[in-house]
Design a protein around this ligand. Structure first.
Ligand SMILES: Nc1nc2c(ncn2[C@@H]2O[C@H](COP(=O)(O)OP(=O)(O)OP(=O)(O)O)[C@@H](O)[C@H]2O)c(=O)[nH]1
Ligand SMILES: [Mg+2]
Length: 384
């Protein structure tokens, strides 16, 4: 730990455990270590004997600048997305996209839209055609890919631009279309209350633990946890373990009244994070039940968590169905498990709600980043 963080590092806690193998077999021993520095505290959970996931190969996600670091994020409530007005070029793309949708094709109907894209008169240069193809191949809705390159072509067709300059223009445009919110700021006027909702197994609990650890241990905010997940065996224990390691309270609630009471009791906290049971978007009854349980909480931020490995059509279905109970932000997880990221733009196009966080690995608390439009764009089109 001292090698990593220097002579001032203090070990707060260590525990031995076993990394679960197949059905609990073939587990590996692991050591979890929590350490702190005097002024600038930091934490790490290290799995010994387990190859650490290299972030260097993924420089596009290594958002280590202070602006992106959760560690520097303890001031200022997340700015309402509505305050950000969209730029004219971004509006142009959305308008063109809407027009294509209104022309009668369903958003999930990828095949017909691919046909539409290929029959569309491609009067623009090969670089733009190539970008359009790359976007559509990478799970950007082909009609959106077309709207993007068309809108860029409208602006640049008189200019003699080098291919790199054209790519840069496309990236600029995509970044202008995507909205992301900055980290929360806390002003003592009451807690920011956040619920993570989403399908089963997408990483809600892990993401919640990452957020809690960063805000509590690094940003020194007063954080508390609630779980509504009494549905899945072991769910409470999973979150309890995190709450104990981080050293923050956890309340398990089952009814609407309970949750309202707990939130009221924690009126002096900075951040209250609510974990929910994974719900299949097809289970309308449970989805509505969960929507009801969260209803009594005033000013609740609902973040829809989805995995970047989800299939295109399923994602559209997930967003539509979760929209029936409402959500305000998007969180994409498992970015480390895919090489194509166009789905992030498609998700935004369908949801039109800003991203808050991106998660790219299992490690708590490291593998989470504040979402940034240019970072998402670089993932989609490469860093060059
Ligand atoms: N590779 C990768 N795995 C992740 C990421 N986030 C979570 N996981 C893993 O995904 C699995 C499920 O994570 P959970 O946090 O339990 O997911 P959940 O959404 O809470 O699941 P339910 O509560 O059962 O719906 C675990 O093995 C996590 O370690 C990520 O960003 N990348
Ligand atoms: Mg969970």
């Amino acid at each position: 730990m001292r090698d990593e963080f220097g002579p001032d590092a203090v070990i707060l806690d260590t525990r031995l455990g076993r990394r679960r193998g197949f059905l609990g077999l073939f587990g590996r021993r692991m050591v979890e270590v929590i350490a702190a520095l005097e002024n600038e505290s930091t934490t790490a959970i290290d799995n010994r004997g387990n190859q650490p996931r290299e972030s260097s190969g993924r420089s596009d996600l290594a958002l280590e600048t202070p602006r992106n670091s959760l560690a520097s994020s303890s001031t200022g409530r997340q700015i309402e997305a509505a305050e950000e007005t969209e730029s004219k070029p971004a509006q142009m793309v959305w308008q063109m996209y809407q027009e294509t949708l209104l022309a009668g094709r369903q958003i999930s109907d990828v095949n017909s839209s691919q046909a539409a894209a290929s029959t569309y008169e491609s009067a623009y240069p090969v670089e733009l055609q190539e970008i359009e193809r790359r976007l559509a191949d990478g799970d950007v809705d082909p009609r959106l890919a077309m709207a993007i390159v068309q809108s860029v072509w409208k602006d640049v067709h008189d200019l003699e631009l080098a291919p790199e300059a054209i790519t840069a223009k496309v990236k600029e445009r995509i970044a202008a279309m995507l909205r992301c919110v900055p980290p929360w700021e806390f002003d003592g006027s009451g807690p920011v209350v956040v619920a993570l909702i989403g399908p089963t197994g997408v990483g809600k609990t892990t993401t919640l633990a990452k957020i809690a650890a960063n805000y509590s241990l690094i940003a020194r905010a007063d954080v508390a946890l609630i779980t509504l997940d009494t549905y899945r065996v072991g769910a409470v224990e999973q979150l309890r373990t995190y709450s104990e390691i981080i050293g923050i309270p956890l309340k398990i609630v089952e009814t609407c009244e309970d949750i309202k009471q707990v939130v009221e009791d924690w009126s002096r906290k900075d951040l209250i994070l609510i974990d929910t049971a994974g719900t299949s978007q097809r289970d309308t009854e449970r989805l509505q039940e969960m929507g009801k349980a969260l209803e009594p909480i005033a000013d609740l931020e609902r973040h829809l968590v989805f995995s970047a490995t989800t299939r295109y059509r399923d994602l559209v279905d997930i967003i539509r169905r979760f929209d029936s109970i409402g959500f305000d932000r998007l969180i994409a997880t498992k970015l480390d498990e895919t090489n194509t990221y166009g789905l992030l733009l498609t998700a935004f196009a369908v949801a039109r709600r800003p991203y808050s966080f991106l998660a790219d690995g299992q490690k708590v608390p490291e593998c989470i980043h504040v979402a940034e439009a240019m970072q998402i764009t670089n993932l989609i089109l490469g860093d060059a």
